[in-house]
Design a protein around this ligand. Sequence first.
Ligand code: HEM
Ligand SMILES: *[C@@H]1O[C@H](CO)[C@@H](O)[C@H](O)[C@H]1NC(C)=O
Ligand SMILES: *[C@@H]1O[C@H](CO)[C@@H](O)[C@H](O)[C@H]1NC(C)=O
Length: 323
Amino acid sequence: MASFHILVLVVAMVTLMIPTNANLSPHFYDKVCPQALPVIKSVVQRAIIRERRIGASLLRLHFHDCFVNGCDGSILLDDTRNFTGEKTALPNLNSVRGFSVVDEIKEAVDKACKRPVVSCADILAIAARDSVAIYGGPHYWYQVLLGRRDARTASKAAANSNLPPPSFSFSQLVSNFKSHGLNVRDLVALSGGHTLGFARCSTFRNRIYNASNNNIIDPKFAASSRKTCPRSGGDNNLHPFDATPARVDTAYYTNLLHKKGLLHSDQELFKGKGTESDKLVQLYSRSPLVFATDFKASMIKMGNMKPLTGKKGEIRCNCRRVN
Ligand code: HEM
Ligand SMILES: *[C@@H]1O[C@H](CO)[C@@H](O)[C@H](O)[C@H]1NC(C)=O
Ligand SMILES: *[C@@H]1O[C@H](CO)[C@@H](O)[C@H](O)[C@H]1NC(C)=O
């Protein structure tokens, strides 16, 4: 009898501890449109074959969507007479990309489902997951929670104030992530998104020409990155975050250990002082499996940020416009 009570107690405790979101579910489209997820995956796959980088751009779109008033597809809205959207905010302008692939996904999925039932916000979450899995293999596949609805408005000002710039210090990064309900472990794990893709010269120029003694940068790395990023001009020249920009691996973290972080904000995660963040960078660098596990958990957490559910928002017919 006593052991039965303990069992009930344990079951109750475990149930309370499992992080669930009352509204989102991995099975949201199972009945209403079972083809939705496979169709999205195949469009993402084709897009990556067409342009190797595009999956990295899709992952970043989901991040930039979620960090501005939650994962609500707001980043996809073009400017209207009623509002100036997020596309022209400083962190996004001439920087975020992949909008036409999102249009392509939306068209294909609405056609397969025979009506617009899949939200643009969910498309971003699924496309980010599929991209990471395609670049990284089965270890990086996880069940995305679904059922987000789309915002009817967007805000340039909110994008400017909520997205972290590459000039941020460690403590600024921590408080920015904290304001989104994410902790230091999430910050370090999610920054691993920079195992994919490229950055423009203008985003890391200050770092590679900064001769300050306190600037943590390998001199050879600084010299070689100056070749793609001159002191003036070439603002849009691209440099990969690591040597394998189309593979999810832990080279990003290993680079940080060797003072070869591309952005100032990247190197802020590792300064060799034995902090929690330093230890996580070391851990992820040597353990791809721990990185995969933490990255997936933090992606799900990020994807749960303030979704619109139930009757809030709408399911857009065109991701660029409210209905
Ligand atoms: C921690 C704070 C972060 C900062 C300061 C930051 C900043 C940046 C910057 C400046 C770029 C280059 C933009 C350009 O060239 O115009 C970039 C690219 C990128 N970021 Fe981040 N980022 C952060 C976190 C994240 C997170 C959490 C993810 C996803 C989980 C992510 C995914 C990416 C990807 C994939 C790219 C490359 C995109 C492409 O090649 O199109 N970043 N980031
Ligand atoms: C602007 O807002 C009004 C009132 O909410 C709406 O009727 C109109 O369609 C909106 N215009 C655009 C271009 O979105
Ligand atoms: C140069 O690096 C130091 C140390 O990271 C930093 O305090 C300073 O603000 C940097 N200067 C520029 C122009 O980025």
